[in-house]
Design a protein around this ligand. Structure first.
Ligand code: BTN
Length: 324
């Protein structure tokens, strides 16, 4: 990404056209740089309308990340927030920082990831300005061997906030996807640092589709959705979303570190998108188990009622039975 791209785009709005000349004058750059930036933005998935004689306008209402909006309430809870315009992956960046001693509750949020990581070695794709991507470093008092319910706690916290914001159908898919009516709205990637016995640290990466899911369809193999499809007419400010999600995660993670997953279990099952539905679980070896998803145990393992009785799963990929 060209270094001045975001400075240029931050000068544009969804409401009014702004001429290339005016943007160039404000930033003390050439009109050609503005023109090139618009092309680069389109290439990165951000649509910009260009009308001769009027200038440029963002096709969708993008809320650029602004630390002045999201950081103060987070800092009150001890969160050290850092916004970066572009990096490879917020998880990779924070893992490296964690290894060189970054403090508990370090938060990195980025406008653009060149190599966003998803679970199971997949890529996480997101158009410029279309998503919220952040990672939070949490240093736990418990060892990594006692963090098995962590991803469920994170997914549950995200789904609760999204419901509070008006997404009444937001639910969790085991272990931690956020679905709305069967389509993926958000995903979580947790990477652990530290040993299995002593105090542990986790980098908790969250990606939420905010705008532009239509351009992801085709590139992503499962149904996807975004916030704008479910909250039409709402002002989807990513700063507010970030603030609310991190405040909720802060509360949930403090409780999880103290009490483990057990107090979250019933709440998780209440939002479980596949609760009591027939599903298939595929493990890392490609073996398939079919059963009824009857819930999770106190460690967060998925409970499947199969023809051989109730079985417990600590990892795997769930799909509704009958669907790929
Ligand atoms: C998944 O559902 O596969 C997990 C997606 C996690 C994506 C987020 S975006 C912010 C953070 N940084 C990454 O590289 N990945 C996570």
């Amino acid at each position: 990404m060209t270094p001045q791209l975001l400075d240029i785009l931050r000068q544009l709005s969804h409401e009014d056209f702004r001429s290339g000349e005016e943007v160039a004058r404000r930033l003390l750059i050439s009109r050609a740089s503005v023109h090139n930036a618009v092309h680069e933005a389109e290439f990165l998935g951000l649509r910009v309308q260009a009308v001769r004689g009027r200038g440029y306008r963002l096709a969708l209402p993008v809320s650029w990340l602004d630390p002045e909006v999201f950081a103060p309430p987070l800092s009150d809870r001890g969160v050290h927030a850092q916004r970066l315009d572009t990096l490879d992956s917020t998880n990779a960046h924070l893992m490296a920082q964690a290894q060189s001693g970054a403090p508990h509750k370090s938060l990195v949020v980025a406008e653009w990831q060149g190599q966003g990581r998803g679970r199971r070695g997949r890529a996480w794709l997101c158009g410029l300005g279309g998503g919220l991507m952040f990672s939070l470093l949490w240093r736990f008092n418990r060892p990594a061997s006692e963090l098995s319910g962590l991803s469920l706690v994170v997914g549950l916290g995200l789904a609760r906030v999204l419901r509070d914001l008006g997404l009444r159908h937001a639910g969790v898919k085991w272990p931690n996807d956020i679905l709305v009516d069967g389509a993926k709205l958000a995903g979580v990637l947790i990477e652990l640092a530290g040993d299995m016995l002593g105090p542990s640290a986790a980098v908790i990466g969250v990606g939420v589709n905010v705008l532009g899911a239509d351009s992801l369809r085709g590139a992503v193999e499962q149904p996807v959705t975004d916030l704008s499809e479910h909250l039409p007419g709402h002002c989807l400010d990513r700063n507010v979303l970030l603030r609310e999600l991190v405040l909720r995660l802060n509360d949930s993670l403090e409780r999880f570190d103290r009490d483990g997953f057990a107090p979250f279990r019933l709440d998780w099952e209440a939002l479980h998108a596949h609760q009591n539905q027939p599903v298939r679980l595929i493990n890392g070896l490609g073996e398939v188990t079919a059963g009824l998803a009857v819930g999770v145990d106190e460690s967060g393992a998925l409970l499947l009622a199969t023809e051989n009785g109730v079985q417990r799963f600590h990892s795997g990929e769930v799909s509704l039975r009958g669907l790929a």
